[in-house]
Ligand binder design. Structure first.
Ligand code: SAH
Length: 354
C-alpha cells in the first residue's frame, strides 16, 4: 500500500487498479500517510493560501429532475424564487465591499435567464467591478450560448460531471444525458473558460470502482477547478431513505484529487460543513484550497435547499466572511482575496503574452 501511495505522491498518477485497491484497503495509518502527501502537494503548489469566492444562489427554479436534488422540478414543496439582475448586482456590490474578487453565480437550470439577460448581468458586473472574475454555475446550455456568455465576460464555469459511471448517471438524471454533460465540459474548455468538474461521494450504488473512474476522468480532463462533496439525502426526493456520503470518505477523495491533479482549485464545500461542524477545516487539511462563503440575500438562502440542514442560512454575508476566515486561520491557513485564477490559466496567459 505504501508503494502505491508513494507512486501517487511522486508521479501524480496511478492506474485504476491501484486506486481501487487503495480505496478498498486504506487503514488509518495509510490514510494519515495519504493526507500528509496531499497536504504537502497543496503546500508545494499553493502554499498556505485559501482563495475566497462569493457565492450568489440567484434562482432555485430548475427544469431538471435529478433524483438527489432538493430543488428538482418535481418537488412541489419548494418555495421558488428568482433574483432580478439588480438584486444580483447588489449581492456583488456587498461582496466587493467585503473584499471578494470572484463571484460565483449559481442556479437551477432556469431558462427565464436567457442569453440576453445573462449577458446583461455579466457585462454590468464586469463594468462595475473591473478587477473581478465571474464563475457561472447554471447547468447545460448550447455551445453558442456558452460562447456568447464567455464573450460577455464570464471567466469560469462550474459543471460537475456528478458521477463518471454511465449507469449511475442515467439512473440519477432521468431528464439528462451522460454524454451531453461530458460534451458540455469539453466545449467549455475549448471556448476558453476555466472549467470546474466534480462529483458527489456516497451516491446510492456507487462503488470504489466508480469513484476510481471519477478520479481517472478528472485526471484526463485536467479541469482548473474540482468540486467534490458528500451526497446528503433530501427528504422530499426519491433518495430520501438513502444513506448518503460521509466526511471521511469525501476527505479521501479530496486527497486523491489533490495528488492526481496537483494544481487544481479544490473547494472545501458547504456540504462538508453541513455533515460536520469542522468538515471544511478537515477538507482544507486534506488538500482543499478554496472557500465559497454565501453572498445570497438571507431571505432566499434556506430556499436554495439542494440538501437538508444546509448551514449558514441565517447569516449575513459579512458574518460568513469573518466566520470562514477564522476557520481557515484555525487550521494554519491564510485567506487570499485575489481573483485566484488557476495555474493552468495563468500559464496560458503567460504563453500568449511572451
Ligand atoms: N444547475 C447547476 C448547479 C447545480 S447545484 C448545474 O447543473 O451545474 C450544484 C451541485 O450541488 C450539483 O452539481 C450537485 O453535485 C450538488 N448537489 C445537488 N444535490 C445535492 C445533494 N442532495 N447532496 C449533495 N450535493 C448535492
Amino acid at each position: 500500500m505504501k508503494a502505491l501511495l508513494d507512486k501517487l505522491y511522486m508521479q501524480n498518477s496511478l492506474e485504476k487498479d491501484g486506486i481501487v485497491y487503495l480505496l478498498k484497503n486504506l487503514d488509518e495509518e495509510h490514510k494519515e500517510n495519504l493526507f500528509e502527501y496531499s497536504h504537502k502537494t497543496r503546500l508545494k503548489y499553493y502554499g498556505n493560501k485559501v482563495f475566497m469566492r462569493g457565492l450568489v444562489e440567484f434562482s432555485n427554479i430548475c427544469k431538471q429532475d435529478c433524483l438527489y436534488c432538493g430543488i428538482r422540478v418535481s418537488n412541489p414543496g419548494v418555495e421558488r424564487y428568482r433574483l432580478m439582475p439588480d438584486e444580483i448586482l447588489t449581492c456583488c456590490q456587498e461582496g466587493y465591499q467585503l473584499g471578494y474578487r470572484t463571484f460565483v453565480l449559481q442556479s437551477g437550470e432556469d431558462f427565464w435567464y436567457t442569453e440576453e439577460i445573462l449577458t446583461d448581468i455579466i457585462k454590468r458586473i464586469k463594468e462595475r467591478f473591473q478587477d473581478t472574475a465571474i464563475t457561472l454555475s447554471i447547468g447545460e446550455r448550447s455551445e453558442e450560448v456558452y460562447r456568447n456568455l464567455f464573450k460577455a465576460g464570464a471567466d469560469r464555469f462550474l459543471l460537475r460531471h456528478e458521477t463518471a459511471s454511465r449507469e449511475l448517471y442515467q439512473k440519477l438524471h432521468p431528464t439528462m444525458d451522460f454524454d451531453n454533460r461530458r460534451d458540455c465540459l469539453k466545449t467549455l474548455k475549448k471556448i476558453g473558460y476555466q472549467v470546474g468538474a466534480g462529483f458527489m461521494v456516497g451516491l446510492p450504488g456507487q462503488r470504489a470502482e466508480d469513484l476510481a473512474e471519477d478520479l481517472i476522468f478528472l485526471k484526463e480532463l485536467e479541469p482548473d477547478m474540482i468540486g467534490i462533496g458528500p451526497f446528503i439525502p433530501h427528504n422530499a426526493t426519491p433518495l430520501k431513505d438513502a444513506i448518503g456520503g460521509t466526511v471521511e470518505d469525501t476527505l479521501v477523495m479530496l486527497a486523491f484529487t489533490r495528488l492526481l491533479v496537483p494544481d487544481c482549485l479544490l473547494p472545501a464545500t458547504t456540504a462538508m460543513g453541513t455533515l460536520n461542524p469542522k468538515g471544511r477545516e478537515m477538507a482544507l487539511k486534506a488538500g482543499a484550497n478554496v472557500a465559497m462563503p454565501n453572498l445570497s440575500p438571507t431571505n432566499v438562502r434556506a430556499k436554495y435547499e439542494l440538501y437538508e440542514n444546509k448551514i449558514c442560512t441565517g447569516d449575513e454575508a459579512a458574518h460568513c466572511r469573518q466566520c470562514i476566515e477564522k476557520r481557515i486561520n484555525s487550521v494554519g491557513f491564510q485567506v487570499d482575496m485575489g481573483r485566484g485564477d488557476s495555474f493552468k490559466y495563468q500559464k496560458k496567459c503567460y504563453n500568449n503574452k511572451y
